[in-house]
Design a protein around this ligand. Structure first.
Ligand code: CTP
Length: 404
């Protein structure tokens, strides 16, 4: 979980009526764990779904529900509660509350706080799909966006009413990520990043194949860090069991050839390409159409391999390549192989994994190879490292006007 962006931040977390209130218990826990202080304010309707006692216990602060609350010495809760806030987050944001915000109404503590604010406002809608699709709601959301309000979600999927569609609130973890992303510095704002991640899978027959131990964690962490840095991110992923980072466009592929084709289709739009995938170097010349049977007395199967395209080299050798970054997983002598590989692949930057191969682990230590020499980054968890790498890449980017 991201922590750096939220440490020391003061958030007013406004809850309105909706079954998604249960998600806010977990969201509050995630936010406070990341070092944010969370001041919960609930509408009357929200208290029908979860109690202020629960929210007080999780946030560690008294919860406010009424504009007539006498706990504020000057009786101005609507002003004072948001005075120190870095942002107000309305989650869940009901249809009714979005309408109130869009029209500038102020008939309870939370809506008055929103109108009297001097900080950014984020809303996380949660409602039935028909309520979300209703032209009035869509008008209100468009108005809020035009007023500079950040609208996070909604998600799509099964709803509490039994229907399926758009409108359900983002899960707590995704809401947390979206809030963290809001606060992170936008060093890649306006840049388009294309990444590959995970292993590839090369079939031998319809049930068997050759793959490798890449978990995809480093590539997914980089995609997430790039998104949080303000980039438009397209992630081409081999077969992995990982959730798509919030706000990232993901395209799933299986084979190296499919990964190559997906990258080549999109690379013309990219400012940065990061090849993190552990791409299979070879594939079987002709994969069997039918499952290869183990018949007694028959010779063992043998396969002829052909070389797969080198995706990174194909990108780096384009007439107008994006800033191309490679990764190298070596089992020995990284210092020697790293620079040699960077030159062979014709990339300005190659990131070498130091030490034992770290497939599937959460920690990593890397060396950056570039024409000017090698730099070592300290060991860190993959997300921290991904953020550091994104900062290193951002520093090395040519001026936007010179990119293409
Ligand atoms: N790579 C690629 N396409 C391939 C092979 C590798 O895009 N067919 C990329 C990887 O995503 C990584 C970099 O090239 O960014 C280095 O990958 P690696 O497997 O270490 O290098 P190889 O060229 O395969 O060299 P070797 O396996 O001999 O070390």
């Amino acid at each position: 979980m991201a922590t750096a962006e939220l440490a020391g931040k003061h958030l007013v977390l406004g809850m309105t009526g909706g079954i998604a209130c249960y998600k806010i218990a977990e969201l509050t826990r995630l936010l406070t764990k990341a070092g944010a202080t969370v001041q919960v304010v609930m509408t009357e309707a929200a208290t029908q779904f979860i109690t202020p006692v629960t929210m007080q216990a999780l946030s560690g602060r008294p919860v406010y529900t009424s504009q007539w609350d006498a706990r504020m010495p000057n009786n101005m809760a609507h002003i004072d509660l948001s005075r120190e806030a870095d942002a107000i987050v309305i989650a869940p944001a009901s249809t009714d509350f979005l309408a109130k915000l869009a029209h500038g109404m102020a008939d309870d503590l939370l809506s008055t706080l929103c109108i009297a604010r001097d900080c950014p406002l984020l809303v996380v809608p949660a409602m039935n799909r028909q309520m979300w699709q209703n032209p009035a709601t869509q008008r209100n959301v468009a108005q809020l966006r035009a007023d500079g309000v950040d609208v996070l979600g909604p998600d799509s999927g099964p709803q509490a009413c039994g229907e399926i569609g758009d409108g359900r609130m983002l899960e707590a973890a995704a809401t947390y990520e979206a809030i963290a992303s809001f606060f992170s510095s936008k060093i890649l704002s306006g840049r388009r990043v294309l990444l590959t991640a995970g292993p590839t899978f090369e079939p031998l027959d319809p049930v068997r194949g050759i793959t490798n131990r890449s978990s995809g964690k480093m590539g997914f962490a980089l995609a997430r860090a790039a998104q949080q840095a303000g980039a438009d991110v397209h992630l081409v992923a081999g077969p992995v069991a990982l959730e798509t980072p919030w706000g990232v466009f993901r395209e799933d592929v299986q084979t190296a050839q499919q990964m190559h084709d997906a990258v080549m289709r999109s690379v013309a739009d990219a400012d940065i390409f990061i090849g993190v995938a552990a791409v299979a170097d070879w594939r079987v010349d002709h994969a069997s159409e039918h499952k290869i049977k183990k018949t007694a007395g028959r010779a063992l199967p043998s396969f002829t391999f052909v070389e797969n395209p080198d995706i990174l080299a194909s990108v780096a050798n384009l007439p107008h390549p994006p800033f191309a970054v490679g990764f190298a997983a070596e089992s020995d002598n990284l210092e020697l192989h790293g620079e040699e590989k960077r030159v062979r692949k014709n990339v300005p930057l190659l990131i070498g994994n130091l030490g034992p191969l770290t497939f599937g682990l959460d920690d990593n230590e890397v060396i950056l190879f570039e024409a000017g020499g090698a730099t070592r980054l300290p060991r860190a968890d993959k997300l921290t490292l991904a953020r550091a790498l994104i900062a290193e890449i951002a520093k090395r980017l040519p001026d936007t006007s010179l990119i293409r």
